[in-house]
Design a protein around this ligand. Structure first.
Ligand code: ATP
Length: 274
């Protein structure tokens, strides 16, 4: 079942060092997390605990990686879910799953003797989207349950829960989600700039035999507008081209070919969607 699948995930081993580029997003997130773990002082000063962080930005830029790194950084239990898991035909099923998600997080944190749990909800817009015509949907059960669970998070009782949500459609979100005490901290995870692209390429080249003459800086130049996920594909496709030619090493041209392939792939995807 859903719960079993999650149990298999285990602790997050992913660190911020394994995320390429995104310097300011990583910095902002780390600052928020540093604040979150100072719960004794937070209580002393009567500060509202940080309950929700919203990661926004295009697909494949590393939002999931950020949430996993956050769990590793704070030694938290990590539980991931996607907004689409909560969409059900029958009223109340989605709300029940939200309740289970939070229960699961608490149970696991206690069992694994962790003080914190991070719940990651990808595609939050699926459950927290605005109603047509700006109609409020406070009464929507699934969203309501999420808000109720978040309102019930206090810094005094361990395990403490932090919800990290991701969306690439921030403007679609219902304002009830963005209110203070809910997802009130927003971090932009944008497409990487050239330096970021090079860093991401380097990270994904680590386990690959690159020819000594390969200049990743050039590949970073040629891959303008690519996301981290697309850059990962470039390294992977480049390796496949080299292997097909029975080469021992990946050469520059293999990676240039891979860029074209990834770019073309994206284009045909888009065309077939139209
Ligand atoms: P989506 O919005 O589609 O869920 P996302 O922003 O959550 O995407 P991830 O799932 O974190 O993106 O990234 C997908 C894959 O792309 C990662 O597993 C990784 O291989 C690669 N990737 C993306 N961004 C980065 C990055 N900044 N550094 C290194 N690898 C990255």
């Amino acid at each position: 079942s859903q719960e079993k699948k999650r149990k298999k995930e285990g602790p997050s081993k992913l660190t911020f060092e394994q995320i390429g580029g995104q310097d300011s997003a990583k910095q902002e997130l780390r600052e928020a997390l540093d604040f979150m773990v100072r719960h004794e002082e937070i209580q002393k000063f009567g500060i509202r605990p940080l309950k929700g962080i919203l990661l926004t930005g295009p697909p494949g830029t590393g939002k999931t990686l950020m949430a996993k790194a956050a769990a590793h950084y704070t030694k938290s239990v990590f539980i991931a879910a996607s907004g689409s898991e909560f969409v059900e035909m029958y009223v109340g099923v989605g709300a029940g799953r939200i309740r289970d998600l939070f229960k699961d997080a608490r149970t696991r944190a206690i069992k694994e003797k962790k003080e914190n749990a991070i719940i990651f909800i990808d595609e939050i817009d699926v459950i927290g989207g605005k109603r047509e015509g700006g109609q409020q949907r406070e009464y929507d059960q699934t969203l309501n349950q999420l808000l109720t669970e978040m309102d019930g998070i206090y810094s005094s009782d361990a395990p403490r829960i932090l919800v990290i949500a991701a969306t690439n459609r921030k403007e679609m979100l219902d304002s009830a989600l963005l209110r203070p005490g809910r997802f009130d901290r927003h971090i932009e995870v944008d497409l990487p700039d050239k330096k970021g692209r090079k860093h991401i390429l380097e990270l994904h080249a680590k386990n690959k035999p690159l020819h000594a003459e390969v200049v990743l800086d050039k590949i970073a130049d040629e891959s303008y507008g690519f996301s981290g996920a697309q850059l990962e594909s470039v390294m992977n496709e480049g390796a496949i081209y080299a292997m097909r030619e029975n080469m021992n090493l990946i050469e520059q041209r293999h990676l240039s070919m891979a860029i074209d392939k990834v770019m073309l792939g994206e284009k045909t995807d888009r065309e077939s969607n139209d």
